[in-house]
Ligand binder design. Structure first.
Ligand code: CS2
Ligand code: MG
Length: 403
């Protein structure tokens, strides 16, 4: 079997999504998610100009060799653009191999370790009461785990809360990045009351998650972790950026609140110290940005030695292909933690028909050969690319901060 062609499909059914489709001389094709939110065109160029020409004529079954070729052969290793590109090719090749084998992809990884995959949904609100209403909606749909985010009194916008209920909180503008304003002090003084309200309303068993979105310093994160211990969160996510991984030591020393990080990671070197020093509890690095199934499997296996579980990123800027591939991985991986789930738009689900299904707070990946997700190219063409930026964040004094 040979790869005879490959192409990149860009579509915008509510937000930009990038897909690589790899076709073989035996008529079997595979697809992979190549979306990098706000930098989509960078990955399109990387794939079209530097990857696809090297794939033609290769044996698609040689997944590892192609992964090594694209990683080591690039010379310039790691980074979100290159690793998202490699991930997209990798997932498409796993899709082909599973289709040829006539098996759902999880079988090729080693079979199921669980019958269903626990997911968490997003409950957001401009204030605590409106967030509680969203939590109730998730509980009514059977979610066992809910991420809660609410507006902060005194600042006009904050992460994870859209001005229009039910609308995405990003990307905000297509012309240039929207500029948000942030106050750590106002946030730290307010957000513990959100969790207190959720526990008071919904009791002790609901898993509560929260995304700090890179906005604290380590010692501020230590304060927050300690302040919220009475509400025993499932995790605090992305407390602080970790160009310096050992900074998590200052958080760990102050709190038993579980810590999750890594949706922006793309290689083991981004998190090796965090894992082996057990500075975190959940790793968010996911298939579409961390080099695909081939690479994330290596990272997850390494993490299993240090009590670190998976908690894949699963926002709507990761296409249904990533959701599909992740659910197969989640079904197999022994050190599974939880899977993020943000529903895509109806248009997106029509462009990407899929076998995975939601039921009472859990997902199943589906039993069709491959990762179980396809792309309707005719429908995809109806949604042309629309330039869109992630917001930029500033402190109240104008200092650029982490969004
Ligand atoms: C967020 C993401 O889902 C999450 O945990 O951090 O929605 C993130 O803001 C976007 O994926 C950025 O593209
Ligand atoms: Mg996050």
């Amino acid at each position: 079997m040979k790869i005879c062609s490959a192409k990149v499909i860009v579509t915008c059914p509510g937000r930009n999504l990038v897909t690589i489709k790899i076709e073989t001389d035996e008529g079997v094709y595979g697809i992979g998610d190549a979306t990098l939110n706000g930098r989509e065109k960078s990955v399109v160029a990387y794939l079209e100009d530097h990857v696809i020409p090297t794939l033609i004529g290769k044996d698609p079954h040689r997944i590892e060799d192609i992964w090594q070729y694209l990683y080591r052969g690039a010379y310039w290793r790691r980074g979100p653009v290159g690793m998202t590109s490699i991930a997209a090719v990798d997932v498409a090749l796993w899709d082909i191999k599973a289709k040829v084998a006539g098996m759902p992809l999880y079988q090729l990884l080693g079979g199921k370790s669980r019958d269903k995959v626990m997911v968490y949904g997003h409950a957001t609100g401009l204030d605590i009461d409106s967030c509680l209403e969203e939590v109730q909606k998730h509980v009514d749909r059977g979610y066992k785990a809910v991420r809660v985010q609410c507006g902060i009194p005194g600042i006009p916008t904050t992460y994870g809360v859209s001005k229009t209920p039910g609308q995405p909180y990003e990307p905000a503008d297509s012309s240039l990045p929207a500029e948000h304003v942030w106050s750590t002090e106002k946030y730290l003084n307010h957000v513990p009351s959100l969790f207190a309200a959720v526990r008071k309303e919904f009791g002790e068993d609901l898993h509560i998650l929260h995304d700090v979105h890179h906005r604290l310093t380590p010692i501020q994160a230590g304060r927050l972790g300690k302040d919220v211990e009475p509400y025993h969160l499932f995790w605090l996510e992305d407390c602080t950026p970790v160009e310096n991984q050992s900074s998590y030591e200052w958080i760990r020393q102050h709190t038993t609140t579980p810590l999750a990080i890594g949706e922006v990671f793309n290689s083991l070197s981004d998190c090796q110290e965090l894992i082996q020093r057990q500075l975190i509890d959940y790793l968010r690095a996911t298939i579409s940005h961390a080099g695909g199934i081939t690479n994330v499997r290596r990272i997850a296996d390494f993490a299993a030695n240090f009590h670190v579980k998976t908690g894949f990123h699963g926002a709507t800027d990761l296409s249904p292909i990533t959701m599909g591939a992740a659910l197969h991985f989640d079904s197999w991986v022994p050190n599974f933690g939880i899977q993020e789930h943000m529903p895509h738009t109806e248009e997106t689900d029509l462009v990407f028909p899929h076998a995975y299904q939601f039921n009472d707070g859990f997902f199943t990946p589906g039993e069709v050969p491959g990762h179980g997700v396809d792309i309707d190219e005719v429908l995809a063409a109806k949604y042309p690319y629309q330039p869109a930026y992630l917001p930029v964040n500033r402190l109240e004094d104008g200092t650029i901060w982490n969004w």
